[in-house]
Write a protein that binds this ligand. Structure first.
Ligand SMILES: Cc1ncc(COP(=O)(O)O)c(C=O)c1O
Length: 418
């Protein structure tokens, strides 16, 4: 493979003069709702505490969107995973299997609760783990499974739940990146025992800059969630009970919930639009040899938080990083690899920095597994090497879609294999 010395965009003028649009997903509807909320606050002279009317309404609407059940709005997606895990009331030093790709905030709650993360490889050509990869790790110490749906792609929850039921292991779905994704028509978040969502500003729907939701269809689990998300308060327990477990205050608030309620109404259309945009990109890039998109899997409907793109070095005169730099120089937002998406390769995990320098929970004599166990994850590493991530959003207009395709075609032409 011969490297070109000039970046592709130096060959000719840029495809787009204007930068791609910023997402613009907060608009007059959210402003009106927030104005109305603040007017009520000013009129009453009282700022509602957490657990206010807007928060309860948001939770009810969120649960309705998932077809019924119970939702608890919390302060972040990391908090949602923490609370969901805590609500399982696991004894310390058990193992929790988790997919290799997630946000650090999706994995850190495991060791923070003195549980040992056991890292499951991805399925080939995906950021999501699967039943085969999880099955290989189930052992006598396994206490729970956390399944992150990455990039908007649903993991094989049917296979994972069959496996989990066989072993009576509870499952938490991490839907932070996959609001509105479906598997055989069923929304992700409704397969597992519990689900955690992040609703920070960049997600499919947001409660403002920060937020999260824990969802479950099981009332008793919901009650445990409520206690876990608010300092162990004795919610749903007999009068006179006192705080039953140590936790933090992970509550959301009414201002955030006001925004979330409007955003939730926009969510289905926004997911549909992302799918339509990817459909057009798929058609426009289909004949390129240097990049390809994973063929749609029947029954799997991604909500495309971002779009993983397979780079084929044999069809290019440059490497993946150079190709991505050229796309970025043309104004597309591209991440040349998803190394940051693999928390178990980060310093905190490698050096076991959770509780000072103790090495706990791995180093505890109460942990009966191998504290130095290595997780090779060959599929996950291959995915990082072979793919890059294209950031897109639901408010791309048709010109932006055409331009994105034109940019890919231009860069592919400039770096065609020689
Ligand atoms: C899969 C996953 N889990 C958890 C989180 C943590 O969410 P937050 O940033 O809201 O804490 C994220 C954030 O992007 C995520 O992608």
């Amino acid at each position: 493979m011969q490297q070109r010395s000039q970046p592709a965009q130096a060959d000719s003028a840029k495809v787009r003069v204007e930068p791609f649009s910023s997402r613009g997903h907060i608009g007059p509807e959210e402003k009106a709702a927030v104005d109305e909320f603040l007017e009520r606050v000013i009129e009453s002279g009282v700022l509602p505490p957490y657990d206010g009317e807007e928060e309860f309404a948001y939770c009810a609407e969120f649960a309705d969107w998932l077809g019924g059940g119970y939702a608890d709005a919390v302060s972040s997606g990391s908090a949602a995973v923490y609370v969901a895990l805590k609500a399982l009331e696991l004894e310390p030093f058990g193992e929790v299997i988790i997919g290799a790709f997630t946000d650090p905030g999706g994995m850190m709650p495991i060791p923070l609760q003195n549980l040992i993360p056991v890292i499951a490889d991805s399925i080939p050509n995906s950021y999501c783990t699967g039943p085969e990869q999880i099955a290989a790790l189930i052992g006598p110490l396994t206490r729970a499974i956390v399944v992150p749906h990455i990039a908007g792609e649903p993991a094989d929850m049917e296979g994972i739940m069959t496996l989990a039921h066989q072993h009576s292991i509870p499952v938490i779905e991490d839907c932070a990146q996959a609001h509105g994704a479906r598997l055989h028509g069923q929304l992700v978040g409704t397969f597992g025992d519990l689900a955690a969502f992040s609703t920070m500003g960049g997600k499919h729907h947001s409660t403002g800059p920060q937020g999260g939701v824990v969802f479950t269809r099981d009332e008793a689990r919901y009650q445990a969630v409520r206690r876990a998300s608010d300092r162990g308060k004795p919610f749903f327990l007999p009068p006179g009970s006192s705080n039953v477990t140590a936790s933090l205050n992970f509550n959301l608030n009414d201002l955030a919930a006001t925004i979330g309620r409007v955003q939730l109404r926009k969510l289905p259309a926004s997911v549909e639009r992302r799918r339509a945009i990817v459909g057009q990109l798929r058609a426009g890039l289909a004949d390129l040899a240097v990049v390809s998109l994973a063929p749609p899997r029947p029954g799997y409907e991604s909500s495309y938080w971002f779009l993983p793109v397979h780079f084929h070095p044999e069809a290019a005169s440059c490497d993946k990083a150079t190709f991505c730099a050229a796309l970025n120089a043309e104004g597309l937002l591209v991440m040349s690899d998803y190394r940051p998406g693999m928390p178990h390769s980060q310093e905190w995990f490698v050096k076991r920095r959770v509780f000072g320098n103790s090495g706990y929970p791995w180093a505890s004599p109460d942990y009966k597994g191998d504290p130095n166990r290595h997780f090779a994850c060959p599929n996950a590493h291959a995915m990082i090497e072979s793919h890059f991530n294209l950031m897109l959003h639901e408010n791309w207009d048709s010109q932006e879609i055409e331009d994105a395709i034109a940019i890919f075609r231009k860069v592919a032409g400039a770096f065609a294999a020689v």
